[in-house]
Structure formats: structure tokens, C-alpha cells
Design a binder for this molecule. Sequence first.
Ligand code: B1M
Length: 212
Amino acid sequence: EDLCFSLRQSIIDGDIENSLKYANECIKASMNPLEVLNKCVVAGVLELGDRWIRGEAFIADLVAAAEAAKVVIPILKNEIVKRGGKLEYVGRAVIGTVEGDIHDIGKTIVATIWEVNGIEVIDLGVDVPPQKFVEAVKQYNPDIVGMSALLTTTMVKQKETIEALKAAGLRGKVKVIVGGAPTSAEWAREIGADGWAPDAISSIDVVMKWLR
Ligand code: B1M
């Protein structure tokens, strides 16, 4: 509990060195890595987001916290894999945050959860234009395309990307899942996506049934 608090505080402080230190200590203490990710790392970013909304933190603080979170995620991912996450691939996915949107953490967590469940993930990063998704589908021939959007102003890019896949004659070759805070099951249906998930864990149920 104390370790979790210290890790959360290090994330809030954007202190990469201490974030690494406490993440490793959480692992040494045999804490559940997925719980550490959610309760100590993501919770820190969200706490800072709340402070920012209240005018008690700056965007720069939020960026620093996100950087610290991103450094810690691979460490926890290794631990999840060690504890029996799959290593053999059962399918392949291309994932990215849509054009105009640089929110990285949710997408990276979804990619991580997919990987530890045996999906080979090609992560295109953030601010990914529709055409880049199209090119990636041509290049990697994935089973799944995943799009994250955190802004009400960028979620429309999920729709545009689906349209671009259609225009390129690729829509029938992939299943499309969308997500991110402003999206919903209804939105996914409306834009012709195959699936939607409110969080990384439940996205597994959605995509796994496409791979069986
Ligand atoms: Co931004 N931001 N931000 N931000 N930011 C939000 C999203 C916001 C809700 C804050 C607020 O006002 N309450 C708001 C959006 C309002 C709206 O449009 N509805 C907002 C805004 C306005 C902005 C800027 C415009 C601010 C400005 O500059 N004036 C700007 C936009 C930049 C841009 O993208 N062009 C901006 C910038 C930033 C930072 C760069 C500072 C930073 C991001 C740093 C980074 O990622 N490297 C940031 C952050 C950190 C946030 C908040 C605080 C946290 C986001 C986050 O990481 N959440 C956020 C407020 C909030 O969400 N409470 C906010 C944790 C993450 C684990 O959750 O991403 O939701 P999430 O992902 C979840 C699920 O959504 C789901 O699973 C994930 C894990 O369980 N999911 C999927 C996500 N993608 C999925 C894909 C799937 C399936 C599920 O399938 C493919």
C-alpha cells in the first residue's frame, strides 16, 4: 500500500527515477502488476488530470506524469508476461491514436493488454492519419485495427479512418475496434466499427472472439 502510494506520488511528480524505483519495488514485493498499473500508475495520471481541471496543475505537469507512466508500463508488462501472459501470437493488430490526438496512455495500455494476451501489436503511436492506418493494414495484414480517441473533436477521425479503409477496399479484411473516453457503443455502431470497449481489460473479450 505504501509502495503504491509512493509510486502514485512519483507519477504525479513526473519523477521518472522514483517511478522506476517504486515500480520495481512493487514487483519485488510481489504485488499484482495489473493492479499496480491501474491503482498506482493510471490513478496518478487521473488525479493530476483532476487537479488540472481544478486549476491546480499545469499541462506541463500532466505531460511529465504521462512520460513517467510510459516509462513504467513496459516494466509492469514484463512482469505480467512472466506471470503467465501468452507469448505465442494468436493474431495481429494495428493500433493507434487518431489524427489530431496525442493522448497516449490509454492506447498504450490497450496495446499492452493485447500483447500479454497473445496478440502481436503494431503500435503506430499517436496523431495517426487515416491514410497511415490504411498503409499499415496493407503492410502488416492485421486481423484487427484499433483506434483510440480521447477528444470529442478527434473521435470523428475514427469514422474517417473506417471510410478510408472502405475506399481502399480493405474494410472486409479487418475487424475494427474503437475506444477512448468520449466514445461509446452507440458511436461505434453509428460509424460502422465492429466493436467498442470501455477499457483495456474488456477490450480483450471483444477482440478474442474475432481470433477464434
Ligand atoms: Co488531455 N484531455 N488534452 N491531455 N487529458 C482529456 C482527455 C480531457 C477529458 C480532460 C478534461 O478536460 N476533463 C479533455 C478532453 C475533453 C473532450 O474533448 N471531451 C482533454 C483536453 C481538452 C486536452 C487538450 C485539448 C488540452 C489543451 O491543450 N487545452 C490537449 C489536446 C492535445 C491533443 O491531443 N491534441 C490535451 C493534452 C493532454 C496532455 C498532453 C497534457 C496529456 C496526455 C499525455 C499523453 O498521453 N502522453 C493529457 C492527459 C493526461 C489527459 C487526461 C487527464 C488523462 C488521459 C489518460 O491518460 N487517461 C484526460 C482526463 C481524463 O481522462 N480524466 C484528458 C488514462 C487512460 C488509461 O485512460 O485514455 O481513457 P483512457 O483509456 C482507457 C479507456 O478509454 C479505454 O481503455 C483505456 C484503459 O483502460 N480505451 C480504449 C482507450 N483507447 C481505447 C481503444 C480501444 C479500446 C479501449 O480499442 C482500440
